[in-house]
Design a protein around this ligand. Structure first.
Ligand code: AMP
Length: 208
C-alpha cells in the first residue's frame, strides 16, 4: 500500500507513520528527517535547506521532489511506503503522480491551539527519530529508545510555529482538495490520545 500522510505540523504524522511502518513492514519516508540528516552531515543540499527549515519555510520543490523520486526507487519501497511530509505543495503532488501510484492520502486533522501546544512541548531524538512530549517525559531528557539526549527542534520555537502554520494553510492545505477530487482522501480527526488516534488511522486504512 502506498500511503500519503497529510496534515499540519504537529498532527502526529511522524508518530503514526512510524507505528504503521512497524505494523505493515513498509518504510516511512519523511522528507523532514531526510533534510535534517543532510543538514547534520553538512551536504550541499543540507546546507542550502537549513535556512528554509529554521525559518519554517518550505524547501524548494525541485529539491524535495528529487530526494523522494530517488528514495522511491530503492528496493524496500517495492512493497509499499508511507510518505510523511511529502507532498507539501500542489506542484509536488503533481510531480509525485508522474512517478508513483498512491492508494490513499490520509489527512490528519487538528485545531491550531492543539498544534501549538504539541509542537512547543515536543522533544526529538536526532539519533533514532524518536518523538516525545515534555508532559510525558517526567523530567527525563534522554531518548527512551536509544538513550541519546533529546533536543527541541529549532523550528519548534513559538514564532517559527506560527510561520509553519501559515505556510501550511497557504501551500499544503490545498492538497486536501487535490486528493479529495482524485477520490483518495480520508480524514482522521486526531483529538484523542496517541493510541486512540492510531486506532482511527488503522480504521481509515481498513486494517484488521
Ligand atoms: P517536518 O519534519 O515534516 O515537519 O519538516 C520540517 C521542515 O522540513 C519543514 O518545515 C520544511 O522546511 C522542510 N520540509 C519537509 N518536507 C518538505 C516538503 N515536502 N517540501 C518542502 N519542504 C519540506
Amino acid at each position: 500500500m502506498n500511503i500519503i500522510f497529510l496534515g499540519p505540523p504537529g498532527a502526529g504524522k511522524g508518530t503514526h507513520a512510524q507505528r504503521l511502518m512497524n505494523e505493515l513492514e513498509i518504510p516511512q519516508i519523511s522528507t523532514g528527517d531526510m533534510l535534517r540528516q543532510a543538514i547534520k552531515a553538512e551536504t550541499p543540499m543540507g546546507l542550502s535547506a537549513k535556512a528554509y527549515i529554521e525559518k519554517g519555510e518550505l524547501v524548494p520543490d525541485e529539491v524535495v521532489i528529487g530526494i523522494v523520486k530517488d528514495r522511491l526507487q530503492q528496493d524496500d519501497c517495492q512493497r509499499g511506503y508511507i510518505l510523511d511530509g511529502f507532498p507539501r505543495t500542489v506542484a509536488q503532488a503533481e510531480a509525485l503522480s508522474t512517478f508513483a501510484k498512491i492508494d490513499v492520502a490520509l489527512n490528519l486533522s487538528l485545531p491550531d491551539e492543539m498544534i501549538i501546544a504539541r509542537l512547543s512541548g515536543r522533544r526529538v531524538c536526532l539519533k533514532c527519530g524518536g518523538t516525545y512530549h515534555i508532559s510525558a517525559l517526567g523530567g527525563r531528557e534522554d531518548c527512551q529508545a536509544c538513550g541519546e539526549t533529546l533536543v527541541q527542534r529549532k523550528d519548534d520555537s513559538p514564532e517559527t510555529i506560527q510561520n509553519r502554520l501559515s505556510v501550511y494553510a497557504a501551500q499544503t492545505a490545498p492538497l486536501i482538495d487535490f486528493y479529495e477530487k482524485k477520490g483518495l482522501l480520508k480524514t482522521v480527526e486526531c483529538l484523542g490520545s496517541v493510541d486512540e488516534n492510531q486506532e482511527a488511522v488503522r480504521k481509515a486504512l481498513n486494517l484488521k
